[in-house]
Every structure is written in structure tokens, then in C-alpha cells.
Design a protein around this ligand. Structure first.
Ligand code: CUA
Length: 179
């Protein structure tokens, strides 16, 4: 059987295309820096979030040398922390986020990074981000959550370690005074 030269070329190109598609899917699923959110964060009762040991007073908590946990509650139409007050993290740190929602499904996206998850009532999304240089990032809700969805946003401030430390100490002292 004779195959026309153009047809051979077309077959070869189609094959390249298929291999390319499979390649991009494989890269997207397993490639550098891309990690899917799973259910390892566990569950919480959204009705009693206010009494939760972490989500009752969400924020940042040191858990080791240069390593932090951050608890974020999304609710119509704010991030706590993030909206009223920025979420502060030190430069060069590793931060594990724990994100949940108090009312309806929200999104939690750190603009300009690949940190992006759904915030679902009852479910905790857990993921780890490394922050480099000092700077600011926007935080936004990318799931339609009601009439204020388009204004639901916040800010992450990556601070110099020293400035962060003194802010953090002050926060801790305030927390102890309140309890
Ligand atoms: Cu919260 Cu959209």
C-alpha cells in the first residue's frame, strides 16, 4: 500500500500533537511546583468555627524554625485574616495554610502565585507555600459566593524577618492579655 507523502506528514504531525497533549497533561499533574489539594486537612464543624481552637481566632502561628501555620476563614465577604488586616508572614519562610469557609463555598487565591484552593464549609484545605522576598500579594475569592463576591479580597504582606518578629511578639502578648 502506498501512502501519499502529505498523508505521512499529516500522520506524523498528528502523532506529535497527541504526544504533546499527553506531555502537557503529565506535566500539569506531576510537574514542578504543582500540587493538588486533597483531604488531608481534615474536617471542621462550620457552625461552631468560633469555638474552634485554631479557626476561632485565625491567624499565623510559628511551628518551627522559619516554619509557620496559617489559619484562614473565608466568609461573606471577607478573609480572616486578610481583609480587615493583612495576613503577615516573614520573608524566606515556609507557610502551611489551613483554609476553610464559615458559610458558603469561597475561593482562596494568592494572586500571581499558584496558591489557589476552594474554601468549603466543613472541609479544611491544607497546602504549603514558600515565601521569598518581602513584598505584597493580593488575595481574592474566585468562586461566586453572593452579592459581595466581587469585593471579597485581602492582602498578604511578606515582611523582613526582624519586622515580622517584633510584630509577632506583640500579637502574642496581646493574645495572652486577652485570655
Ligand atoms: Cu467569596 Cu466569592
Amino acid at each position: 500500500m502506498e501512502i501519499h507523502a502529505y498523508e505521512k506528514l499529516w500522520l506524523a504531525l498528528a502523532l506529535v500533537l497527541i504526544v504533546g497533549f499527553i506531555g502537557t497533561i503529565t506535566y500539569g499533574a506531576a510537574g514542578a511546583g504543582i500540587d493538588m489539594i486533597d483531604d488531608k486537612g481534615g474536617t471542621v464543624d462550620p457552625a461552631t468555627l468560633d469555638q474552634h481552637p485554631k479557626f476561632g481566632d485565625p491567624g499565623i502561628e510559628r511551628n518551627g524554625e522559619n516554619s509557620y501555620d496559617v489559619y484562614v476563614v473565608a466568609r461573606q465577604f471577607v478573609f480572616e485574616p486578610g481583609t480587615t488586616e493583612p495576613l503577615r508572614v516573614p520573608a524566606g519562610s515556609t507557610v502551611t495554610f489551613h483554609v476553610t469557609a464559615a458559610d458558603v463555598i469561597h475561593g482562596f487565591e494568592v494572586v500571581g502565585t499558584n496558591a489557589n484552593t476552594m474554601a468549603i464549609p466543613g472541609q479544611v484545605a491544607e497546602f504549603t507555600v514558600e515565601f521569598g522576598e518581602p513584598g505584597e500579594y493580593g488575595m481574592l475569592c474566585n468562586e461566586y459566593c453572593g452579592s459581595g463576591h466581587h469585593v471579597m479580597e485581602g492582602k498578604i504582606v511578606v515582611m523582613e524577618q526582624e519586622a515580622f518578629d517584633s510584630w509577632y511578639e506583640q500579637q502574642q502578648a496581646q493574645g495572652e492579655a486577652e485570655n
